[in-house]
Design a binder for this molecule. Structure first.
Ligand code: NAD
Length: 265
């Protein structure tokens, strides 16, 4: 399938790892010029070096919780590759978990600041240039949790419900400018985020990680009919499709990539 975006420029946040990194890889394979971003302290230079065999890629460190940092990110991307036509906001964390009565304001606010406000800040910075060009694609990353809350991670669930709602609202506001905004909502994908969750579960239960994954699928994710973790590239394929010319009539959707985890139709 010709995605027809080889003349486009993309910015992917949270791209030093997991779903963001695979999305950057797929966009490069589609001929897109790509800026990847992540917070300081990771391995962004190494990721740029790894991906640079596939096409033109630059790396810019930025923290999505800091408005000044996000402004500087867009300015650096503009200088190095041009204003993004495509924004994929993958930066996110599990955030504060545990019994609702035990999670304090700080835990809630940090989770919402990274996951929800990070999407707000990056979309707000990206949309004006897309509007001027008369073409744009914004993909925000929600989660199955956004429509199917789990009681031990309510801050995360609320942040992802907010993202689905935000994307729907932006799709109405900027669809008339030919800026299409959609959410992709994965479930239990094999990335460093769930690696950490499974390492903790394995330790708590005194089992190996494979057994922890099996028991998580059985007990916590019964709707995942394929009985395995997803792969980051299985999510990236949907994201890149939504970024493409082939998705020219898809706006305001929440696309589930969850093997059936969400129980409702
Ligand atoms: P990941 O941990 O591999 O990647 C997340 C990236 O976000 C990391 O590189 C991290 O450094 C970056 N990040 C965190 N805080 C940041 C900040 N303040 N500023 C900039 N970057 C920051 O996890 P992933 O699984 O690839 O997650 C990507 C997105 O997918 C997240 O929004 C996550 O909530 C969502 N998601 C993941 C799963 C899953 O099962 N892995 C399921 C549903 C949704």
């Amino acid at each position: 399938m010709n995605l027809d975006i080889s003349d486009r420029i993309a910015l992917v946040t949270g791209a030093d790892s997991g779903i963001g990194k695979e999305t950057a890889r797929r966009l490069l394979e589609a001929g897109v010029r790509v800026a990847i971003s992540d917070k300081a302290g990771g391995e962004l230079d190494r990721t740029v070096a790894e991906l640079s065999a596939l096409g033109e890629v630059v790396g810019v460190e930025a923290d999505v919780t800091d408005g000044v940092s996000v402004t500087a990110l867009f300015s650096a991307v503009r200088d190095q590759v041009g204003d993004p036509d495509i924004l994929v906001n993958c930066a996110g964390v599990t955030g504060a978990t545990g019994d609702f009565l035990e999670v304090d304001d700080k835990g809630w606010l940090e989770t919402l600041d990274i996951n929800l406000m990070g999407a707000v800040r990056t979309a707000r910075a990206a949309i004006p240039a897309m509007r001027a060009k008369g073409w744009g694609r914004v993909v925000l990353i929600g989660s199955e949790d956004g429509v199917q809350p789990y009681v031990d991670e309510l801050a995360y669930c609320a942040s992802k419900a907010g993202i689905i709602n935000l994307a729907k609202g932006l799709s109405k506001a900027y669809g008339p400018d030919n800026i299409l905004v959609n959410t992709v909502s994965p479930a239990f994908i094999a990335t460093p985020m769930t690696d950490k969750m499974m390492a903790k579960r394995a330790e708590e239960r005194g089992v190996d990680v494979e057994r922890a994954i099996e028991s998580f699928l059985e007990e916590e994710r019964p709707g995942m009919a394929l009985k395995r973790r997803g792969r980051a590239e299985e999510v990236a394929d949907m994201i890149v499709f939504l970024c493409s010319e082939r998705a020219s009539f898809i706006n305001g959707a929440n696309m589930r990539v969850d093997s059936g985890s969400v129980m409702t139709i």
